[in-house]
Design a protein around this ligand. Structure first.
Ligand code: PEP
Length: 248
């Protein structure tokens, strides 16, 4: 049985005042939910310490939105996975489509970042997903397979990895994959993971991401291979995000 997991990706939003209001409001709402699954907040780097402090012993844990492929050294502007762990992060989002698109991140770089996260005992949340053009050309499954294999094939240990399927055409657009479309791709991903690691394939949690909202979350989470969500826009609203966590 895989425990549900809902991760908030705040992207490049927030300031200290807004963060405090959001986290305090969210914890109040989550406190009323019995038996909720795991929940993670990923603020921008400068606010990790603030959010860690606000989360306290609430059980909601902290993640980051990226990390370096390297452990330390002359990499101006980069943040090492061990620094994230030092600040209390347990998770790191890697290979997000916005990183692939705006920072030209390749599968090889994502694989190196993933290995660095694992060395620092930070759980990587690997994002994969096709563009609208790739889906229309019938290439979605092949694109996702090559992103998965590119990032995971050479990893020694898949026991502490989460995969998020995020169709690029659904991120921040208000378009969502239908529950059936999402399940089809999650089933495909599950098969590839089982091929990469027959022991772990069935245990790895698979999240859906792409315009998840309070009103579409339950239907997505009802699918066999959808174990939770990676949430962008709706995670900036305490009530909307708490409702998504509640639906998981
Ligand atoms: C994301 O950025 O990971 C995401 C899923 O964004 P949104 O929920 O806004 O589509």
């Amino acid at each position: 049985m895989r425990q549900s997991l809902v991760i908030a990706n705040w992207k490049m939003h927030g300031d200290q005042k807004a963060n405090e209001a959001l986290v305090v409001g969210l914890l109040k709402l989550l406190g009323r939910q019995a038996n909720r699954g795991e929940c993670v907040l990923c603020p921008p780097f400068p606010y990790l310490a603030q959010v860690h402090e606000l989360l306290g012993d609430s059980g909601v844990t902290l993640g980051a939105q990226d990390c370096s492929h390297s452990e330390s050294g002359a990499y101006t502007g980069e943040v090492a996975a061990a620094m994230l762990a030092d600040l209390g992060c347990r998770w790191v989002i890697l290979g997000h489509s916005e990183r692939r698109q705006y920072h030209q991140e390749s599968d090889a770089l994502v694989a190196a970042k993933l290995a660095a996260a694992q060395r620092a005992s930070v759980v990587p949340v690997l994002c994969v997903g096709e563009t609208r053009e790739q889906r229309e050309a019938g290439e979605a499954e092949q694109v996702v397979e090559s992103q998965l294999r590119g990032a995971l094939a050479d990893q020694a240990d898949l026991s502490r990895v989460v995969v998020a399927y995020e169709p690029v055409w659904a991120i921040g657009t208000g378009l969502t994959a239908s529950p059936e479309q999402a399940q089809d791709m999650h089933g495909h991903i599950r098969g590839i993971l089982a091929d990469l690691d027959p022991e772990q394939g069935d245990k790895i949690r698979l999240l859906y991401g792409g315009s998840v909202k309070a009103d579409n979350a339950a239907a997505l989470f009802a699918q066999n291979d959808i174990d939770g969500a990676l949430v962008g826009g709706a995670s900036l609203d305490a009530e909307a995000f708490a409702a998504i966590v509640g639906a998981a």
